[in-house]
Every structure is written in C-alpha cells, then in structure tokens.
Ligand binder design. Structure first.
Ligand code: NAP
Length: 253
C-alpha cells in the first residue's frame, strides 16, 4: 500500500510556486495541491504561514513541501532547485509569483529602490527560470507562468518602477515562448488587476470601492480567480507567449 502511494506521488506533476505561503501564491498552492499536483511552496520571510499551510493541508492527507529561499539571490535559488530535483527528479510547472509593490513619484525613486524592486520582481523570475529551464528542456516538456500585472501593460502613475518591472516580466514571457516553444515548453503571463491581498492593505475602503465601481463585473478580484486561470493554463496545450489579464474588465487593452 505504501509502495503504491509513493509510486502514485512520483507520477504527480511537480510544481514550484515562488512566494506562496500567503496571498495569491498561497491560494494557487492550495488549489493545485487539492488537484493532486506535488506542490513546492517557496517562502522567504513568512515561515510561520508556510508551516501553517503545510499543517492545514496535512489534515486533508495532502503533502506539500515548504522551502525557504530569497528568490532574488542566485545561491538560494540554486538550493531550492537542487532540493526539488534531488527529491522528485523533475519539475513540470513553474509559477514565478514572488513580488513586492513600490509606490513613489518617478523623480523620487532612488537607485537602491530601483535595484530592490527590479531584483525581487524581475531578476527573481529570470534567475529561477534560468535554473529550471535546463531540466524542462531535458524532459521535453514544461509550463512556466509568470505573474505580472495590468500595470505592466498600461503603466501606473506613481508606480512606474513596479510597472517597469512587470513590463519586463511580460517581455521575458514573449521572448521565452519563442525560444522554448520548439522544446515543448509553454510560457505565459497572468496580469492580475486588483486582487484582495496584503499587497493592497494600504488602500482605503473608499479607494477599493472606487475600483469596484470602475470594474464592469462590479466585483473585486480574489486570489482564487488567479488560481483557476493557472490551472487552466497548466492543462492547456496550445497557449504560449500570451499575457492574460484577469481583472473583471477594469482594464481592457
Ligand atoms: P503579497 O500578499 O504581498 O505576497 C507576496 C509574496 O511574495 C509573499 O508570499 C512573499 O513571501 C513573496 N516574496 C516577496 N519577496 C520575496 C523574495 N525575495 N523571495 C521569495 N518570496 C518573496 O502579494 P500578492 O498580492 O499575493 O502578489 C503576488 C504576485 O501577484 C506579485 O508578483 C504581485 O506583483 C502580483 N500582483 C498582485 C496584484 C494584487 O492586486 N494583489 C495585482 C497584480 C499583480 P514572504 O512573505 O515569505 O517574504
């Protein structure tokens, strides 16, 4: 029975979600773990939340791995990827989700802030993808999903640095889709609009209500909306190089 269980888990698709002990990443991790993917939850600062998530899923007989790594640091990314490859010998799906917000007038952005935001939002996706792609090429199959933002598509006043980092993500998505398509690796971006997570905790109730009123579907986005789109992208076979906006119609390009 145990041997059967172990074999069964070995045949499960292995998925890494960066920054997934809270927010959008956590919801994605829960959704896919319940669909029988072998989920690796990466966290950096939120260790307690990662442990809590593991325990919560264990109660439902679902086993996930949790692994601490600052994905903006090459050595930590290498350790994360080594852990996955040593344990599962493969990696099928990568979700580059880790990110931070940045609000500042363009003229007030310091070099330090530029480096920090670009490192965490853009370099991290570059670095994790670079470490993982050779394994996907070897497997002749893979699916990479980058979480960008509507602001990467249309730009945001007082959030130019964040927008620049997310536009970079979308450019990486399109270029890699072309480069890796012949290796049967699909690369797509999901560009969320407003999603109710800690990232937006500085917005007032009035500001949130305004966003809701400006949204044709007259509701706010939830992390589960992103999880469902990720699940669809994983199961799909013919979508690559696309930026999929999940925003209730708030921004239509
Ligand atoms: P969140 O609740 O603030 O969560 C951010 C996540 O990123 C946390 O799990 C955090 O992990 C992780 N993270 C940050 N720096 C990291 C690092 N150096 N290494 C590893 N993990 C790191 O934000 P969210 O709303 O879930 O955002 C997730 C993604 O969606 C981000 O890329 C964000 O830009 C994008 N997005 C969000 C919205 C929105 O409205 N919420 C809209 C568009 C796009 P630790 O806590 O462990 O450090």
């Amino acid at each position: 029975m145990l041997a059967f269980f172990i074999n069964e888990r070995k045949s499960m698709k292995v998925i890494l979600i960066t920054g997934s002990s809270r927010g959008i990443g956590k919801e994605v991790a829960k959704y896919l773990a319940k669909k029988d993917y072998q989920v690796i939850v990466n966290y950096n600062k939120s260790e307690n939340q990662a442990i809590k998530l593991k325990e919560e899923l264990k109660k439902e007989n679902i086993n996930i791995d949790i692994f601490k790594a600052d994905v903006s640091i090459r050595q930590e990314v290498k350790a994360l990827v080594d852990f996955i490859i040593n344990k599962y010998k493969r990696i099928d799906i990568l979700v580059n989700n880790a990110g931070i917000s940045s609000t500042n007038l363009f003229t007030d952005i310091s070099d330090e802030e530029w480096d920090r935001v670009i490192k965490i939002n853009l370099y991290s996706a570059f670095c994790v993808t670079q470490e993982i792609v050779p394994y996907m090429i070897h497997q002749k199959k893979g699916c990479i999903i980058n979480i960008s933002s509507i602001w990467g598509q249309v730009g945001a006043s007082v959030e130019s640095l964040y927008s620049i980092s997310k536009a970079g993500i979308d450019a990486m998505t399109k270029s890699l889709a072309k480069e890796l398509g012949p290796s049967n690796i699909r690369v797509n971006s999901i560009a969320p609009g407003f999603i109710n997570t800690d990232m937006n905790k500085n917005l007032s109730e009035k500001e949130i209500e305004t966003i809701k009123n400006e949204t044709p579907l007259e509701k706010l986005g939830k992390a589960i909306d992103i999880a469902k789109c990720i699940n669809w992208l994983i199961e799909d076979d013919f979508t690559t190089g696309q930026v999929i906006s999940i925003n209730g119609g708030w921004i239509i390009t």
